[in-house]
Design a protein around this ligand. Structure first.
Ligand code: FAD
Length: 349
């Protein structure tokens, strides 16, 4: 059976479910996507795509493969939905120590880092638009996704080509081949942090990592570049900036807190002394894993039940290619990256 002859149910219409649905529909499969329309991650995310892990001055996992693919993926969807949600993002890292600056200076000489690091210049060392104790460096090829537009346009694209059902999926109504009155071939769970309710996959080690962001008004922060030290500063419209994010492990709540606001403003004080005005605060929950690799694959006993989850803090970078590879795997023309395959946790299921 090719994908063309198959009907897939997808549960969850965040970044994961939307991307998998798009890939399946492009492969001519029939898709029914269930989403209960309460999103606490994909639409809260800053949507930043940063090729560098600053803390360790390493390249992000598989970045050389993820970046070219995601550019095509987002650009194609923009074209087909006549929208504009994928943008280049000039990014400047303010070094947090002399040691970090030394790391950067060493890495910028390596050929494999050159697509992502500009050579540090005199101007970077003396950058004075923000506080700058140790000098700064400019990242190349960083981007951001306007996440709310991506999610709404992604859903619109799917609803024009497949079935999009805005209701909560009820596990008790599922048999091996039917859900209520729908007969299906395979089912894919993309429920983000709510996987922990899923009867078949809840034993997988998925953590719920709360993150809060603060939108502020500033008259001094630069609007032409995203600054980064202790926190990110994402310029929005006019003099509004999104600042974030907190990492609150094992925390599945979506309430905003004063502690988080204080923490974010404390981190921002490494970049500016300005008394900024908080305007809006948001909280979401990342589906994370200890080994920082997604949870993708097939249930060992229910061979038509699959999961695509655990995108963590970098979903907007990894999801486009991982969803493509997942659909190749479903079509039996490709295999899963061993690092994401849930086989690594089969003893838990
Ligand atoms: C504060 C914050 C900042 C972030 N910043 C970035 C960033 O800058 N860059 C980046 O790449 N990533 C970022 N992320 C991470 C990114 O948001 C996640 O990797 C990604 O959104 C996870 O997508 P998902 O589809 O797996 O989960 P979700 O977005 O949570 O989607 C799951 C969907 O499934 C639905 N669902 C669940 N159960 C059911 C059910 N039973 N029936 C029907 N529907 C169901 C939910 O309603 C939801 O819509 C950030 C996250 C947070 C919280």
């Amino acid at each position: 059976m090719t994908l063309k002859d198959k009907k897939y149910i997808i549960v969850g219409g965040g970044l994961a479910g939307i991307s998998v649905a798009i890939q399946l529909i492009r492969a001519q499969a029939k898709v029914v996507l269930f989403d209960k329309n309460e999103n606490h991650s994909s639409v809260v995310a800053a949507g930043i795509i940063n090729p560098i892990v600053f803390r360790r001055m390493t390249k992000s996992w598989r970045v050389d493969e993820f970046l070219p693919y995601l550019k095509t993926f987002y650009a194609k969807l923009e074209e087909e939905t006549q929208s504009n949600f994928f943008h280049e993002l000039p990014m400047r890292r303010l070094f947090s120590s002399i040691q970090e600056r030394e790391f950067w200076l060493q890495k910028q000489l390596k050929e494999s880092f050159q697509p992502f690091l500009n050579f540090v210049t005199e101007d970077d060392m003396n950058y004075s638009v923000s506080k700058n104790e140790f000098g700064s460096g400019r990242v190349r090829d960083a981007h951001f996704v306007d996440v709310k537009t991506f999610i709404s346009k992604g859903k619109e694209w799917i609803s024009q080509r497949a079935e999009l059902v805005h209701e909560a999926f009820e596990y008790s109504e599922l048999t091996t081949t039917t859900y209520k009155n729908t007969v299906f071939d395979e089912i894919i769970f993309c429920e983000g942090f709510e996987n922990n309710n899923n009867p078949w996959f809840k034993s997988l080690p998925l953590d719920q990592t709360k993150g809060q962001t603060l939108t502020i008004k500033s008259n001094e922060l630069p609007t032409d570049v995203s600054l980064n030290r202790k926190c990110f500063v994402l310029p929005l419209e006019k003099n509004l900036f999104k600042i974030g994010s907190t990492y609150e492990w094992h925390n599945p709540t979506t309430t905003i807190t004063d502690e988080a606001k204080t923490e974010i403003l404390g981190h921002l004080s490494y970049l500016t002394d300005e008394k900024v005005e908080p305007v809006f605060q948001e909280a979401g929950i990342r589906p994370t894993t200890r080994d920082r690799r997604p949870l993708i694959g097939t249930h060992p006993n229910h061979r038509n039940f699959h999961i695509f989850n655990g995108l963590g803090a970098k979903g907007y970078m990894t999801c486009p290619l991982l969803s493509f590879e997942f659909v190749q795997y479903l079509a039996q023309v490709g295999s899963l990256d061993k690092e994401v395959d849930i086989k690594r946790y089969f003893t838990k299921l």
